[in-house]
Design a protein around this ligand. Sequence first.
Ligand code: RIB
Length: 306
Amino acid sequence: MKIINFGSLNLDHVYRVERFVSPGETVPCLEYTRFCGGKGLNQSIALARAGATVFHYGKIGRDGAVLVRALREATVDTRHISEVDGPTGHAVIQVTDDGENSIIIEGGANQKMDSGDTATVFGLLSDGDWLLVQNEINGVADIFDAAHQSRCRLAFNPAPMTAAIAELPLARVDLLIVNETEGQILTGETQTETILARLRSHCPRGCIVITLGGDGAVCLDGDEIVRQPPFVVEAVDTTGAGDTFVGYFLAAFSGGTSVREALKLGCRAASLCVTRPGAADSIPMLSEVEAAPHHPRHQAPVGPGP
Ligand code: RIB
């Protein structure tokens, strides 16, 4: 069983600021750093670090070789990443001292997918393989159409959320992972249990996970609700925490680990991610996650965020 991640690759420009810039305002940057990122790349690296066999299908511009190197170093198979004319996708990220972020993305090469790419990806998938998709590449609706003809399993992380996502046939999804905001937008509900129930009506056969930021994560597996309290840490930068969760959860879940254990592993990995700056660079190795505290502590929690 393999996992193909049909996803974005971004160059992240990170600006540490005292507070997020307001409309009409100019603020100084306390520190500027460049990192490898993109929800797709981050999730591929998290999958690989968690021990999964993962192929990344994506596009970069001429300035994106560093992203392919980072994936290769993490043992992600990069043979299906191609170079196109124009710039690589990039993100402008403000990070404050309490670890919160604010992100603008420019899709670049990530927005150059066409029907040929979708056909190639589905041609690579065998029955029972997993296809992982986020919402940072174009053509997600076409991918859902093609998924109906395929016997692969589909994992979907609809981030960042856009209006078009609400139109997608989530009934085809085997694993849906959203954060609280995405869940609220998809369902119009505000309570976690109600969000889960509404998502279940859209996605009747899938495992549904909601990451709750500082409150851990919750999963609807069949009819059973499984909760994971947060692991308490000092947050430096929450960028990539949600991606770390997705990669670790999917690696465990697709490998047959119970939902309860997969949730715990995902939350533990995400809690380590937020203690370090950057996105891909901050994703822990499995050995670090296994060595981290096994029991959540109950004070000032920080869990996987958006
Ligand atoms: O989820 C974090 C990621 O979102 C960043 O790495 C940035 O590239 C944006 O895609």
